[in-house]
Design a protein around this ligand. Structure first.
Ligand code: NAD
Length: 485
């Protein structure tokens, strides 16, 4: 079958990109090319920004309850097509079906939250003096761009779409060029839910399309989720054009394991955290800091890791390049003296020999100065570092430039509280390997895991996607009265 080149979605219609260059899209489980994505540039962004700006006037003028109604219907459609959506996520991203189903479920959950925006984003009013009131109303920001990574093709776009749109903004989504297919279904389902044309648009592409989104004057705000390297560039470029920007970056999450931790629960949690979504999660356990004598837990952890089978309960990594990068980290750590306890290099899955699989890998005696201890590996690889004390463990965690998540495994409330207070991360787990806050709490890290203020989901997103108007009113007819009295 000939490979189909995808279109952009602008003003409610599918439009070929102005740019001719395309990139092949692969199924990571098989290495097969499944479509081609256009590499759009400024001309395409220009058309999309014009359509989004045009739609903004009538969409933002609707009562918020009416806008929310579209998302009640969208949520029902996500439920109706959940199996098909999960299969699509599995196909373009390579994660296993149960993980793809969980991604759809999370998309439904965030949409459900957006449906409560009419209640959550209500303004405020107060009589500030006799007969004088101050009120605060929220207004949408305008056209918002949302730039997303490859690891959650359905969920991360849905972190921003429902909240931003219910709050009255219009949007241009720029999905990852590695996984552009789920976004197509998002556009189709939003259309089916009754979203007016132009409120939601898609521009496909890579670097040039992102730069155009940063530069275009009609775009008022921009969210980005991806690697720290690119988050920094995008944040600097978007804010230099005086846009509101929130850019989430990469991660290096430390799980601190204390000797009193529950053996079975800790081992299975750590193994699941480092291997879920093939380690391609910004919440994945990448480093375990083993405090004192926890050999019994490490042994159990290796037993758990060995039960994780590529192609069965472990998905593929995104590309050949990613597989080579991950295996390179393991080899380098081994050469520098670390001990590979479970080795996932060179695995082949029967029937999927061209797929990009890396098996679960556990490496002990990693030292903090090694590259594998410092950089984001983004694969199913756990580096274990040994310390004598909890303070030494926290020193390692604090030294990381990232700050997305950190967890502690212990049965001591006092020790747990100490880690909560002293870890330098935005999301903390106590006996939880993947401490994702669920709605209404918001998602976001610290340090170089996030640039910009506030968080991207939950209640915090209301601040990002709205601006406040403060009105002071006096209806009393008396003159020469100081209203400040
Ligand atoms: P990436 O940074 O390579 O790409 C993200 C987006 O930026 C894509 O849409 C891509 O087209 C665009 N892009 C790539 N290079 C660019 C450039 N030079 N200039 C402008 N735009 C560019 O990230 P990825 O590989 O798709 O995703 C994995 C990364 O995302 C990991 O670092 C992971 O930790 C991070 N991530 C973070 C979170 C979070 O909440 N903090 C969530 C998911 C993923």
């Amino acid at each position: 079958m000939p490979i189909q080149t995808l279109s952009n979605y602008i003003g409610g219609a599918w439009k070929s990109a102005c740019e001719q260059n395309t990139l092949p899209v692969e199924n990571p489980s098989t290495g097969e090319v499944i479509s081609a994505v256009p590499l759009s540039g400024m001309k395409d962004v220009e058309v999309a920004a014009t359509a989004a700006e045009k739609a903004f006037h009538s969409w933002s003028a609707l009562p918020i309850k009416e806008r929310a109604q579209v998302f009640y219907r969208y949520k029902t459609l996500l439920e109706k097509y959940s199996q098909e959506l999960a299969e699509l996520v599995h196909k373009e991203n390579g994660k296993i079906m149960s993980e793809a189903v969980a991604e759809v479920d999370k998309s439904i959950e965030v949409t459900e939250f957006a449906c409560s925006m009419p209640q959550l984003s209500a303004g405020e009013i107060l009589e500030v003096s006799r007969g004088v009131e101050c009120r605060i109303d929220r207004y949408p920001v305008g056209v918002v761009a949302s730039i997303t990574p490859f690891n959650f093709p359905l969920m991360v776009p849905n972190w921003t779409i429902p909240n931003a749109l219910v709050l009255g903004n219009t949007m241009i989504l720029k999905p990852s060029e590695l996984v552009p297919l789920s976004a197509i279904r998002i556009a189709e389902l939003l259309h089916e839910a009754g979203l007016p044309d132009g409120v939601f648009n898609i521009v496909n592409g890579g670097q040039a399309s992102v730069e155009a989104l940063c530069d275009h004057p009609n775009i008022q705000a921009l969210t980005f989720v991806g690697s720290t390297k690119v988050a920094k560039i995008v944040y600097a470029r978007a804010t230099s054009h005086l846009k509101r920007a929130l850019c989430l970056g990469g991660a290096k999450n430390h799980l601190i394991v204390l000797p009193d931790a529950n053996e079975d629960m800790t081992a299975s949690n750590v193994a699941a955290s480092m291997s879920g979504c093939a380690g391609q999660r910004c919440m994945a356990a990448s480093a375990m800091v083993a405090v004192g004598s926890v050999d019994h837990i490490i042994k159990k952890l290796c037993d758990e890791a060995k039960k994780i089978v590529p192609g069965k309960n472990l998905g593929a990594v995104i590309s050949k390049k990613a597989k080579e990068r991950i295996e390179g980290y393991i080899t380098e750590a081994e050469q520098q003296g670390a001990k590979v306890l479970v080795d996932g290099r060179g695995v082949k899955v029967e029937g999927k020999e061209n797929g990009y699989y890396v098996g679960p890998t556990v490496i002990d005696y990693v030292r903090p100065e090694m590259r594998i201890a410092q950089e984001e590996v983004f694969g199913p690889v756990l580096s274990i570092m040994r310390t004598k004390t909890l303070d030494e463990a926290l020193k390692i965690e604090n030294a990381s430039p990232y700050g997305n998540a950190a967890s502690v495994f212990t049965q001591s409330g006092g020790m747990a509280r100490y880690v909560i207070d002293h870890a330098s991360a935005g999301m903390i787990g106590v006996n939880i390997g993947v401490p994702v806050p669920r709605e209404p709490f918001s998602f976001g890290g610290w340090n170089e895991s996030k640039f910009g203020s506030g968080d991207i989901t939950g209640k915090s997103s209301i601040e990002f996607f709205t601006k406040l108007k403060k009105t002071t009113t006096k209806w009393s007819p008396e003159s020469k009265v100081n209203w400040m009295s």
